[in-house]
Design a binder for this molecule. Structure first.
Ligand code: LLP
Length: 373
């Protein structure tokens, strides 16, 4: 193993996950799954994902460049984000990506300017704020009226008309994304209903949609990852299969991130010290929120296991070395008796783990490797 802390990826788990996705959508030739590269942009992962012909969902120029550098076709790339900078728009236009998911009228105007400057046309969809509550953590819910994302439904029609009137645009349709780590399927039922209603209304105004993009958000099992390494894609896709009233020839797009990569990755860290306090025993490890920020940022919990000890189970607070009291991975964790030098794994860390790591405290970014769990 490389130096710790280190991200490890089990490509066997990733491959089973990708197979499960493709099996669930086989038979729907008008469906397209784009991998949300924000979840993990490690080339080890991207190479395999590319073999399963998933497209890519990007939210920055940097992500577009990484997708292209890793062999994804520009024609498979969709580009969302509330704050696209001019250089990012230019990069997307020059590469002729599949679609911009436009989030405001102001952005539409800037894309028109950049099209004129570069002599390009752009395929665009509008990101709609459907005002659906995904009942997930406040920091990762996106589809409510108070969130910054997308265009609210009452404001949509004049903006679509404006796009239709400008020959630099090919208007493709609508984009939705309601949030992340969604395990209760109710918000997806509501989303289908919203999409159906909106499509009826727009048709009554003479507006036709070539494509609908329902975003991502499908959650994973952080509590029992070893028992449930693969999310229930069948149940998820069936909701759209049964409830969305697609028109003939209409294309349906998905943007899954976490559900694709979370379970194939873990963060392995070494125990530096075991410290006995008056009421607590601490396992102080060499990873901190610099390597995995989800617990500190969202109060998320990743299952923790001691990979090297077979001792009796005992209670520990597992904490990192960063000089901040939020640098805690778990309180009162049951771990096999732990000693200095033991290797500890934080499971389900393949999504929004490595990619969100930082160099706070002048720490180096973590290395990564593949292995079988
Ligand atoms: N599409 C759009 C427009 C998005 O903003 C996102 C995620 C996705 C797709 C993919 O969502 P997923 O299938 O991965 O849920 N860092 C947070 C999650 C932030 C999600 C941001 N947007 C976390 O660690 O929980």
């Amino acid at each position: 193993m490389m130096r710790t802390p280190c991200y490890q990826y089990d490509l066997g788990i990733l491959e089973s996950t990708l197979k499960s996705i493709n099996k669930s959508i086989a038979g729907n030739s008008d469906w397209h799954v784009h991998y949300a590269i924000k979840a993990n942009a490690n080339p080890l992962i991207l190479k395999l994902i590319n073999q399963y012909v998933l497209g890519i969902d990007c939210v920055s120029g940097g992500e577009i460049q990484v997708a292209l550098d890793n062999g994804f076709k520009a024609s498979s790339i969709v580009f969302a984000g509330v704050g696209k900078a001019d250089w990012e728009i230019d990069l997307a236009l020059k590469n002729d990506i599949a679609c911009f998911n436009v989030e405001s009228e102001a952005e539409l105007d800037v894309i028109a300017e950049r099209c004129a400057a570069l002599g390009k046309t752009a395929r665009i969809a509008f990101r709609v704020n459907p005002d659906v509550d995904a009942h997930t953590h406040a920091n990762i819910t996106t589809g409510k009226a108070e969130n910054k994302f997308g265009i609210e439904i009452p404001m949509l029609l004049p903006i679509i008309r404006k796009a239709l009137a400008n020959p630099c645009f090919k208007f493709m349709g609508l984009h939705f994304h309601i949030g992340s780590q969604i395990l209760d399927m109710e918000p997806y039922h509501l989303l289908c209903k919203k999409v159906n209603d909106l499509q009826d209304k727009l048709e009554a105004e003479g507006i036709k949609l070539d494509s609908i993009n329902v975003g991502g958000g499908l959650g994973i099992d952080y509590v029992n990852p070893e028992q449930n390494p693969i999310p229930d894609f069948e149940q998820y896709f069936n909701i759209f299969r049964n409830e969305l009233k697609l028109r003939s020839g209409q294309q349906l797009h998905f943007e899954l991130g976490r559900a694709v990569v979370a379970q194939c990755g873990r963060l392995v860290t070494k125990v530096l010290y075991v410290k006995q306090g008056t009421i607590k025993k601490f396992a102080i490890v060499d990873a901190g929120f610099t390597e995995l920020i989800r617990p500190a940022l969202y109060g998320a919990h990743h299952k923790i296991v001691n990979l090297t000890s077979k001792g009796e189970m005992q209670k520990y607070d597992v904490v990192g070395p960063i000089c901040e009291s939020s640098d805690v991975f778990g309180k009162d964790e049951m771990l096999a008796e732990t000693h200095r030098g033991d290797l500890i794994a934080l499971l389900s860390a393949g999504a929004y783990g490595e990619v969100m790591s930082s160099q706070y405290n002048c720490r180096p970014l973590p290395p990564s490797e593949t292995c079988k769990f």
